[in-house]
Design a protein around this ligand. Structure first.
Ligand SMILES: [Zn+2]
Ligand SMILES: [Zn+2]
Length: 230
């Protein structure tokens, strides 16, 4: 198994969607690097300026990470957003329309998402047994992206993954059922930890983690809808 395989294996050993988990960590690492060493890097600042301070999701994510880690603090965010504010003020003064391009962190995470799905498709035959036995469960979006690649390359493996996915979802559903039943006044037992966390697992398996990449579809549909009305 190569380095990427080992990295994927680690994600598969955790609970929840391994792809979402990798993307969450990737996103937090990039934001951490920006705050730690690139607040004053001109090329990075240029990227911020292109989208006038990232997308709404990443702007708040950056603020959250900065304020939750004393190593970063609020200074970096203040320096960056003071600059962004001056760009905005200047555009109002000059009367020039300010074009907001796509957030570069969104771009980076989307590329990482594609690479991760590809890498997983390439190595799934080696990892499928571990996936089967672990607490990991691909979210619906990442399962669909992975299975569409597998269907073209290895339909047997795609079918195996589909069966495992159903088993995992049913297991989660059974745990939720047990959790709900423990609330019955006749029940004398408290829910187990696995039963209690099955709710989170159910939400994650349907919607993925709250990452910007997992909201993209909805935004595209809205754009399409507006396009039709014009
Ligand atoms: Zn996912
Ligand atoms: Zn973004």
């Amino acid at each position: 198994m190569d380095l990427i395989g080992i990295y994927l294996r680690e994600a598969i050993q955790e609970s929840g969607c391994p792809v979402c988990r990798i993307l969450k960590k990737y996103e937090e690492d990039i934001i951490g690097q920006i705050l730690y060493e690139h607040v004053n890097t001109p090329s990075v600042r240029e990227k911020f300026a292109e989208s006038l301070g990232l997308c709404t999701y990443h702007a708040w994510k950056m603020k959250e990470i900065a304020y939750s880690n004393p190593l970063y603090g609020g200074l970096g965010v203040a320096i960056i957003y003071e600059h962004m504010l001056s760009i905005y003020i200047n555009s109002l003064k000059s009367g020039k329309n300010l074009e907001e391009k796509k957030c570069y962190l969104c771009d980076l995470v989307e590329i990482k998402e594609q690479h991760t799905i590809e890498a997983l498709a390439d190595r799934l035959s080696e990892l499928i047994e571990e996936y089967k036995d672990s607490e990991a469960i691909l979210c619906k979006k990442h399962y669909e992206e992975l299975i569409s690649i597998l269907k073209k390359r290895n339909s047997g493996l795609a079918e195996e993954l589909r069966k495992i996915q159903i088993e995992k979802l049913e297991r989660t559903k059974d745990l939720m059922r047990a959790f709900i039943e423990k609330f019955d006044y006749r029940s004398k037992e408290a829910p187990t930890e696995r039963e209690a966390t099955s709710v989170l697992k159910a939400i994650e398996s349907l919607k993925g983690l709250p990452l910007e990449v997992n909201f993209v579809k909805k935004r595209k549909q809205r754009r399409f809808f507006l396009g039709n009305r014009d």
